[in-house]
Design a binder for this molecule. Sequence first.
Ligand code: ZN
Length: 384
Amino acid sequence: MGEEDGMRPTLKLGSIAGIPVGVHWSVLVIMLLLGQGLATAVLPAGAPGVSTGAYWTAAAAVTVLFLLSLLAHELSHAVVARHYGVPVKRITLWLLGGVAELEAEPPHARADLLVAIAGPLASLGAAAVFGAAAGGLYLTGLAPLVWVALGWLALVNAVLAVFNLLPGAPLDGGRVLRAALWWWRGDRAFAARAAARTGMVVSALLIAAGTLQIVWAADFGGLWLVLLGWFLLFAGQAEQADARLRGALAGLAVRDAMIPPPVSGYVTQRLTDFADVAAAQRPADAYPVLDPDGRPAGLVTLFAMARVPEARRPEATLRDVRIPLERLAVLSPDTPLDEAARSVVSSRLPALVIDQGILVGLLTTADLNRLIDLSTLRKGRAPS
Ligand SMILES: [Zn+2]
């Protein structure tokens, strides 16, 4: 899989080649299900007549090796990306595989292609290594449990490589398609749109195939395909929205979209006094709060102020209800707007724009949306 934001690892494992690696809690669920399936069904069917303890030991080893092959897949994406100067934020393993989060787009079509293909190539490499080991061991006639386990790892890695090469974004195959179209037509936006569309076709086919499997064959294994199809559909839509956002905000900085801050309060100011000041001004949802020396100290929302019990209101100060600076997005006027948009949208509160310790503006989702709509409208009219 490719880059995706918003999925935070639950457990940090450390870092490999300077890239932080973590696992999401859903991996534990998969490890348990996989280990149980291997120990009680797959391995006993392939290599009968071995002790229960041996099946569970082999299943545990196979599960760990499987996770390591997922990691090798994502690390390959990450290492090639970094080779082309694209910073990698982190790698997270989760329910449906792994994600290498890239902090930028590859600089040219060839880099895009190599970053995308590196993961499936690593999976194919793992399949070849496990397959060769399984084949060699099979020929000696020794340790059937071990060669069945290795054979399963080879098969699963091959399936992973092939599945990821389905030609629709956000799968690796979709990125390969995007890179190829980008190289052919020289237009990255066109290539990304085409790969997104084939991604929707791939998702629809997966959902249809899974549904048929459930309805006609009464095989509930089809549920996996349906889930996977839904996931890809949502991930693809999120990615398209993100691409539109980047396109609309390209070249703009926070100073182009921020609004002048409304009247500020002070941390020591009483709630009731500030309410009078705020009521006399243009109404806002949130107001900045300053330290006595004039430095920004957070935000107060009307919502939070109105929820202070009436009995406590005369005593309460803005310090009691403020959202501290550490919990807010803080931007510089020069921050590129597409980068800023992510932190504003994910925090739901206005971001504070601070220049050399002085509050110079606020940036809200509503202002951003207006700017995006306006920029989209104007791009449609005048070719640039
Ligand atoms: Zn991948």
